[in-house]
Design a protein around this ligand. Structure first.
Ligand SMILES: [Zn+2]
Length: 298
């Protein structure tokens, strides 16, 4: 059976602070018709619309921000990762400020929000973006490689000198279940020694221990501790997935990321799209790549 496109069954909303702006925002995710894709709408700016698409990506140093005609939507990556993993192909995302609420710093509140929305199947085939040949960006220090696969398989390695991080590696096939269980709860993290510098750059004005892991020289400030011993690499995988979600279609590829960040994720997406022989659109994979039962080889 051909997988069909999905949207939400009903609108859902949540309110919270922007991590970088510190501004309170109301986010409302609404159903959208087939082929609409994921579309942001700034309801505070006469409904100005910005598609979640690689051509609008800008400012990728500390969060992924979309800009169209000077209008911005910032810190979209955790929400987009959740929409991707939950199989939401089409949604209208209304926002009354310039930054998506950070909530608890992870993608878990977005997964819960989308669960409340339910899903509706649309009468249109889902289109997959299948990688046909290897694409590699980066250098010896950090790189991303995309190679052909029958599902979306993420492999990620990070390396920090911090004693609580060190080298962490994780690999998984992205499905709604693996995302919700293994990646979504992992929170954003930062280093206490960078806080002052970031504040001076007018960043992380909404940051707190309620929405980020803050690392000191040899420990962390958060009294509750970590959600996973390797929460850091898991969060980097959320960010990576959020940036890949800008492709607008489920991806059939193995993505191997070595010390990824938003800028390099965006470079990988751009490099893939730039080479038309490196990918194809497919509406009839021989099995549903988001269906865990299909992956009996794992
Ligand atoms: Zn993040």
């Amino acid at each position: 059976m051909r997988p069909l496109q999905q949207t939400l069954a009903r609108p859902v909303e949540v309110e919270g602070l922007g991590l970088h702006t510190g501004v309170r925002a109301r986010l409302r995710v609404c159903p959208a018709p087939a082929y609409a894709g994921l579309l942001f709408r700034r309801v505070d700016l006469d409904g100005f619309e910005i598609p979640a698409s690689p051509q609008y990506v800008a400012h990728v140093s500390y969060a992924t921000t979309l800009v169209r005609a000077g209008v911005m939507v910032a810190t979209v990556e955790h929400l987009l990762a959740a929409l991707y993993a939950c199989g939401v192909d089409n949604a209208l995302i209304e926002l009354d400020a310039l930054e998506v609420p950070i909530l608890d710093g992870s993608a878990a509140p977005f997964v819960e929000l989308l669960a409340r929305a339910g899903r509706r199947t649309l009468d249109a085939p889902r289109q997959y973006l299948r990688v046909r040949k290897p694409i590699r960006v980066g250098d010896g220090q950090k790189h991303i490689t995309l190679t052909p696969d029958t599902c979306l398989r993420l492999s990620c390695t990070i390396e920090f000198t911090h004693p609580m991080i060190g080298r962490q590696h994780r690999e998984l096939i992205v499905t709604e279940e693996t995302f919700a269980e293994e990646l979504a709860p992992a929170r954003t993290f930062g280093f206490l020694e960078d806080v002052e510098k970031l504040r001076q750059m007018r960043l992380i004005r909404g940051g707190s221990l309620q929405n980020a892991i803050v690392l000191t020289r040899d420990g962390l400030l958060n009294p509750e501790g970590l959600r996973f011993p390797d929460e850091f690499v898991r969060h980097k995988m959320v960010d990576l997935l959020g940036d890949l979600a800008l492709l607008g279609r489920p991806l059939l590829a193995r993505v191997e990321a070595w010390r990824p960040g938003h800028a390099m994720n965006a470079t990988a997406v751009a490099a893939l799209l730039r080479d038309p022989t490196a990918w194809e659109l497919l509406s009839h994979p021989h099995r549903d790549p988001m269906d865990t039962r299909a992956h009996t080889d794992k």
